[in-house]
Design a protein around this ligand. Structure first.
Ligand code: APR
Ligand code: PHB
Length: 392
């Protein structure tokens, strides 16, 4: 069974959904093929600190109402070290820029609902999705569902299928250059329906390891502690987690922590990863399919959004103006911003976590960097402008 659309998008995460919404608004027909069910995708717990560029794209496609109603606008973020809190005034240092705290799950839900309301099609539980002939002007994608093999002919394929997806793996390995750094620790995360310990996020560097105090709403908190890659989530009781968290943050914050039963608890590894280039003929990698950042800088979702910005502009010019200039420049434009976010995320991770192999000298360098950061307006400005998001 075969049919034709202009763009096939592989993956119904933030990248695929946002690209689909932007293309739909421009009258370009895109079909999303998603391996999992809708509910499975919505069940993922992910960071939710949105840069203004991400907010702007959701506004551009009219999927911003709930975000503005329920999201939390933050003008500052806190660094904690040597048992003290230091507020970085993001708005003051960036000429008024802020971040929007609104869970990725909610962004995904809003985009899914908008796509369904617009009558745009997503095939969920599409199995064995496979891009073909993307080195020609007549690419196509096959997949299996309900016991049948389907073929979708198209003009372009957007690989929005994440780090473990099929699209990057379908590129001849000799055509791909990859860059990677795997960090020697993980993040143990806990979600609980308790009020946050702080109105703004707290990133803590302590002798016992990194900790992060975040939130989803005034009633739902998200916390993380750095843990060993050998740790098992089953070995961490809620009580042990709360105790360790309070040991890693300053007393003035620890005494404000409200404990409660976890509704989700998991361990995630940290890596930096970039694949180059992001374009192979009519196949374009977008979001986590092309790059991964450690969550310290909260850049994963925001890089997916900036890739979508560049890829949407390229596809719009191709379909509406018959110009391939955007397709030709997509990879270079997207990677220029990706690498700046990779650098920031690596730097912030290196500064805030315990690296036992770096020894006492490494610890003293971290302390000096943190002291300089909070004492120098120039250094704080550099952190602030990266945290709120560099321009597209
Ligand atoms: N066929 C179809 N769909 C697939 C396949 C496949 N072979 N492989 C993966 N997928 C789907 C996944 O089920 C997922 O829903 O592609 C989607 C990819 O979504 P994400 O992994 O969320 O990636 P992206 O949309 O780029 O968003 C990046 O999501 O994972 C977080 O931390 C990450 O915040 C970042 C954001
Ligand atoms: C989160 O709220 O899950 C979160 C916030 C900021 C980060 C990482 C995760 O840097």
């Amino acid at each position: 069974m075969s049919r034709r659309v202009q763009v096939v998008i592989v993956g119904s995460g933030p990248a695929g959904l946002l690209l689909g919404q932007r293309l739909h608004a421009a009258g370009i027909e895109a079909l999303i093929l998603e391996r999992r069910s809708r509910d499975y995708v919505l069940g993922r717990i992910r960071a939710g600190v949105l840069e203004q560029g991400t907010v702007g794209q959701l506004e551009a496609v009219g999927v911003d109402a709930r975000m503005h109603a329920e999201g939390l606008v933050h003008g500052g973020v806190n660094l904690a070290f040597q048992r003290r809190l230091h507020r970085i005034d993001l708005a003051d240092l960036t000429g008024g820029k802020t971040v929007m705290v609104y869970g990725q799950t909610e962004v995904t839900r809003d985009l899914m609902d908008a796509r369904a309301a617009a009558g745009a099609e997503t095939v969920y539980e599409a199995q064995e999705v496979q891009p073909h002939a993307f080195d020609t002007a007549r690419p196509y994608v096959t997949y299996k569902k309900d016991g049948r093999t389907h073929r979708i002919d198209c003009d372009a394929i957007a690989g929005c299928d994440g780090y473990h997806g099929v699209c990057r793996k379908s590129v001849p390995q000799k055509a791909l250059r990859t860059y990677e750094r795997v960090y020697p620790f993980g993040w143990l995360g806990l979600l609980a329906d308790v009020p946050p310990a702080s109105e703004e996020l707290i990133y803590a560097n302590s002798a016992r390891g990194f900790a992060l105090c975040s939130m989803r709403s005034p009633r739902r908190s998200r916390y993380y502690v750095q843990c060993s890659l050998d740790d098992k989530v089953e070995a961490w009781s809620d009580a042990a987690f709360w105790d360790e968290l309070r040991r890693r943050i300053p007393p003035e914050a620890a005494e404000r922590v409200t404990t409660g039963p976890s509704i989700e608890k998991s361990i995630a590894p940290l890596r930096s990863f970039v694949a180059e280039p992001l374009r192979f003929g009519r196949l374009f990698l977008c979001g986590d399919a092309g790059h991964i950042v450690p969550p310290t800088g909260a850049k994963g979702l925001n890089l997916a959004a900036s890739d979508v910005h560049y890829l949407y502009e390229a596809l719009r010019a191709f379909f509406l103006e018959r110009s391939e200039a955007g397709l030709d420049s997509y990879s270079e434009r997207a990677l220029k911003r990706v690498w700046k976010a990779e650098r920031f995320s690596w730097w912030f991770t290196s500064m805030m976590h315990r690296f036992p192999e770096d020894g006492p000298f490494g610890q003293k360098i971290q302390e000096a960097e943190l002291d300089y950061l909070v004492e120098s307006r120039a250094a704080s400005t550099a952190l602030a402008e990266n945290y709120v998001g560099l321009p597209y």
